[in-house]
Design a protein around this ligand. Sequence first.
Ligand SMILES: C[S@@+](CC[C@H](N)C(=O)[O-])C[C@H]1O[C@@H](n2cnc3c(N)ncnc32)[C@H](O)[C@@H]1O
Length: 388
Amino acid sequence: MLKRGFRFIDLFSGIGGFHQAMCALGGVCVLASEIDEYAIQTYMENYNIDSNLDVTKLSETEIPQYQVLCGGFPCQAFSKAGKQMGFADETKGTLFFQIVRILKSTKPEFIMLENVRNLMSHDKGNTWNVIKGTLEELGYNIKPVIMSPHQLGVPQLRERVYILGVRRDIYSEEINVVIPRKDKTALNIYQSGILEESADEKYSISEHENKVLTCWDEFYNGIKEKVIGFPIWSFEFGQDYSLDEYPKWKADFCRKNRNLYLNNKKFLDKWLKKWDYLEDFTPTERKFEWQAGESISTIWDGIIQFRPSGIRVKRPDTFPALVAMVHIPIIGRYKRRLTPREVARLQSFPDTFIPNSNDHQAYKQFGNAVNVNCVEYLAKQLFDCVSG
Ligand SMILES: C[S@@+](CC[C@H](N)C(=O)[O-])C[C@H]1O[C@@H](n2cnc3c(N)ncnc32)[C@H](O)[C@@H]1O
């Protein structure tokens, strides 16, 4: 195990998911690097460290001595053409290359990187092979681990690849990591301790949204089908125009919607009339996706999102990964959107963390961040493998 007070650098630092985890393990941040002005603001407010530093402009000589390099690097494609050209040509110009450049000259004992799960299969595995090969060439023993916070009891499904590395001269055997298996349906947002008891009025859904959801709730409760394996397009109910011009998938969805209508005609005619044929709904509000199976019997027990593809309802135990955070999820029972504090908790940031005062930025930053508990859990095992 590293001694308390070990030093780490936080590249592509965002709001410091790695920072939180490393500090919890006794580390001290000696350098952070970020280019987004709002993330820099949040980092300063929480850690009193100026992270305003472009990795591409960071000179190796500016980096203080340290033991652990952390980085949730943005994923950029490596060209296939570069495949035969050796690592310098292959990765030049990508942000991963910046990590390589820094590792080459500073040779820390440990590496911990994070990326989307797709990194492993991207470009038929070529991207991953380049990353792994490059890090090995630099003298590191590498172990990729795919993990999601729900495996640690946090109600968010967010599979990511964590790339663990230790310098081979320190530890050359297989890096052993144990990850708990967790039944994906074992969690429930309502019993998780994530939700705040009360929230500002500004997070409540609007009257119009309440109306739209009440309408769709009546729909779900009125139709015979309880498991719907296709998107509901209400504008197809009662239609019979030709579908010959449509691509197969679209014609298929239309047909399924028309059949659903015929199967529930008596109820749906009344429902359409009661809700004025959804005329004051936006086109996307006329679409509905039930992705909760039979786990709940009302929209108001689910997690709801107003998405461009329609209104989506998910079960309360499969909280969708928080990414981009454009369509902030609605907690059905509370008739309000998640607050930044709740999003922070889903990302395992402590309640002492101060989210950016601009909600839009706060949601985006948490959506981009790495889950703190996952990093801490894996980093501890990585550091322990040396002493163990
Ligand atoms: C996936 S996010 C990492 C988030 C971070 N791990 C956290 O916990 O908040 C990638 C970050 O890299 C930053 N970034 C992109 N290009 C950069 C560069 N040239 N130098 C420093 N940071 C950069 C982005 O602004 C973004 O915040």
